[in-house]
Design a protein. Structure first.
Length: 289
């Protein structure tokens, strides 16, 4: 009797868990569609902006624009922007991003470079606080709806420090959205600026007004902000894809567990009924004797 009661309790508990994971899967699916639309909308603009900037860049502009400075030798100080999520329940999503960040930090520090951590998302912040690593800047207010304003607030101070020579590089580690099932952690060098390769592409003829200097003065910061914005939106979409996959797996596992528990419950009930029948028959035979 006690065994069947315990099995019924476990079945009810797993059924409630399955309802929660199913609901979270549906919410993640809804948010994934919106996040995926932002990624798809951001990519063509970023590609066109990069192509225009690549066409305009020339060696003579390097000395006139501090943001085009190319440090020589081993960089002394690099700002590493790490993007993670604020919430868990998304499988190994955050663990993979943190592993990529630690690998890049070890690589830079092994070469004698000082690394500044600029973290976005509670999961990354909590992990590096646990390791007692110094965090130069942190943000937890962006969530799954990043905006160009967020990207500007993050990268503008770093651009100013790079132009002043305080930093030799800015990199971002984020989750690249390939599909809801494929969100590999990716490193993206933001500074020093690397314009897209023009090899094999016909360079169009531009009429520059008011002039290349004024255009580059506006386009270079815009391109850098767009790089960080893309990292934010792709990570947001990747988080929802990872959460949907994790919750679907949890829902399926809960269903399998319920089936196993119900089979065990049926066997326990059958054994209990058999035992009761045996006791009744035994009592009747005892009365006859």
């Amino acid at each position: 009797m006690a065994k069947t009661r315990e099995l019924r309790r476990r079945v009810r508990s797993v059924e409630k868990t399955r309802q929660i994971t199913k609901t979270m899967e549906m919410v993640a699916t809804s948010r994934l569609k919106r996040s995926q639309d932002r990624v798809v909308g951001a990519r063509p603009y970023a590609q066109a902006l990069g192509e225009v900037l690549g066409d305009l860049l020339a060696p003579e502009f390097v000395d006139r624009f501090p943001l085009l400075r190319q440090p020589k030798g081993t960089p002394k100080r690099v700002a590493l922007i790490g993007v993670t999520s604020n919430r868990g329940l998304c499988g190994a999503f955050n663990a993979n991003l943190i592993r990529e960040m630690r690998a890049r930090m070890a690589e830079l520090e092994g070469a004698g470079t000082t690394v500044e951590l600029h973290l976005i998302g509670r999961k990354g912040i909590g992990f590096f606080r646990f390791l007692r690593r110094e965090i130069a800047a942190q943000r937890t207010d962006i969530g799954d709806r990043p905006t160009p304003q967020h990207a500007e607030e993050i990268v503008t101070p770093l651009m100013a420090r790079y132009a002043a020579g305080e930093l030799d590089g800015v990199e971002v580690v984020f989750a690249r959205f390939v599909s809801p099932l494929s969100t590999p952690p990716t490193r993206l060098p933001v500074l020093p600026l690397r314009a897209p390769d023009r090899a094999g592409r016909r360079v169009p003829y531009y009429i520059l007004r008011p002039g290349p200097d004024a255009l580059l003065d506006a386009l270079v910061p815009l391109f850098l902000r767009n790089q960080v914005y893309r990292a934010l939106v792709e990570t947001a979409a990747s988080e929802q894809g990872a959460r949907r996959t994790a919750m679907k797996n949890a829902t399926d596992n809960a269903g399998d567990m319920i089936d196993t528990l119900r089979r065990s419950l049926n066997r326990a009930r059958q054994a209990q009924i058999t035992q009761e029948l045996a006791e009744i028959v035994g009592g009747a035979e005892a009365q006859k004797g």
